[in-house]
Ligand binder design. Structure first.
Ligand code: URA
Length: 229
C-alpha cells in the first residue's frame, strides 16, 4: 500500500513538472506583452486611468478647448525617476505625447548621456494641454492643473523627481525661488503621500537657446546618475 502511494506521488510530481505547475499556480499575472513593455500593478494602472479621466473632465478651460489632444505622459509608470516639464508644444499636441519635438530630442540625448532612455523613465508636464502659440501657462492655469500633477506624482511614487525648468520648479517648489540658485541640489519633498528626492535642472528648450548652460545641466545629470535609489 505504502509503495503504491509513493508511486502515485512520483507520478504526480512528474505530471506537475510536465505541466509547469509554477506557471499555473503562480499568483502573478502572465505577461503576454512584448519584452520592452511593462506590467503596472492593477492599482497604479487604474489610478492613472482615473486621473486621465478627471483631467479629461475639466470644464471651461481654454487650454483644453484650443488643444488637439491631452498630453498625459510617456515612459514607464514603474520607473523610479519621474521627469516633469512645463507644457506640451505643437508636436506634443499633435501626437498626444510629451517631449516629442526638438526639446524632446535634446531630452533624449541628455538621458542617453547617463545611460537612460524615455522607456526607462516616466515623463509628464505641469499642464496637460498646449498653451496657444507655445506661451508659458499662466499662474491661473498652473494653479488649475497643480492638483493633477501632484496626484500624478503620488500615483507614480518615484524615488526621484526631475523638474525641467522654472515653470515646473515654481509650480511644485514655490514662486519665491530662482532656478540659477535651486538647480543641482537634492531637495526632500512630499507630494500627497509620496516622499521623494527632487532635483531641478534647466529645461531642454532653454538649453537650446543657451547652450553654454549645458555644462551645468551635465552636473545635474551626473547627480541623477549617481544617486543611490
Ligand atoms: N516642453 C515641455 O515642457 N514639455 C513638452 O512636453 C514639450 C516641450
Amino acid at each position: 500500500m505504502i509503495k503504491k502511494n509513493n508511486l502515485n506521488l512520483i507520478k504526480l510530481i512528474k505530471y506537475y513538472n510536465l505541466i509547469n505547475h509554477n506557471l499555473i499556480y503562480n499568483n502573478k499575472a502572465i505577461n503576454r506583452y512584448k519584452k520592452d513593455t511593462f506590467e503596472v500593478s492593477v492599482d497604479k494602472a487604474s489610478n492613472l486611468e482615473r486621473l486621465k479621466e478627471s483631467i479629461n473632465d475639466i470644464k471651461n478651460c481654454s487650454l483644453k478647448t484650443n488643444a488637439k489632444n491631452m498630453v498625459f505622459s510617456d515612459g514607464n509608470p514603474k520607473s523610479k525617476i519621474m521627469m516633469i516639464g512645463e507644457a506640451p508644444g505643437a508636436n506634443e499636441d499633435m501626437e498626444g505625447l510629451p517631449f516629442v519635438g526638438r526639446a524632446g530630442a535634446l531630452l533624449d540625448k541628455m538621458l542617453a548621456a547617463i545611460s537612460l532612455d524615455r522607456k526607462k523613465v516616466y515623463i509628464s508636464n505641469i499642464v496637460n494641454y498646449r498653451p496657444p502659440d507655445n506661451r508659458r501657462p499662466t499662474e491661473e492655469e498652473v494653479k488649475r492643473y497643480l492638483p493633477f500633477i501632484i496626484k500624478h506624482i503620488e500615483i507614480i511614487n518615484p524615488k526621484i523627481v526631475v523638474l525641467l525648468g522654472s515653470t515646473a520648479m515654481n509650480a511644485l517648489i514655490g514662486n519665491e525661488v530662482v532656478i540659477s540658485k535651486m538647480r543641482g541640489k537634492w531637495i526632500e519633498k512630499k507630494f500627497g503621500n509620496c516622499r521623494t528626492s527632487v532635483i531641478i535642472t534647466f529645461h531642454p528648450a532653454f538649453l537650446m537657446r543657451q547652450p553654454a548652460q549645458k555644462k551645468m545641466a551635465w552636473i545635474d545629470l551626473k547627480m541623477i546618475r549617481d544617486k543611490k535609489i
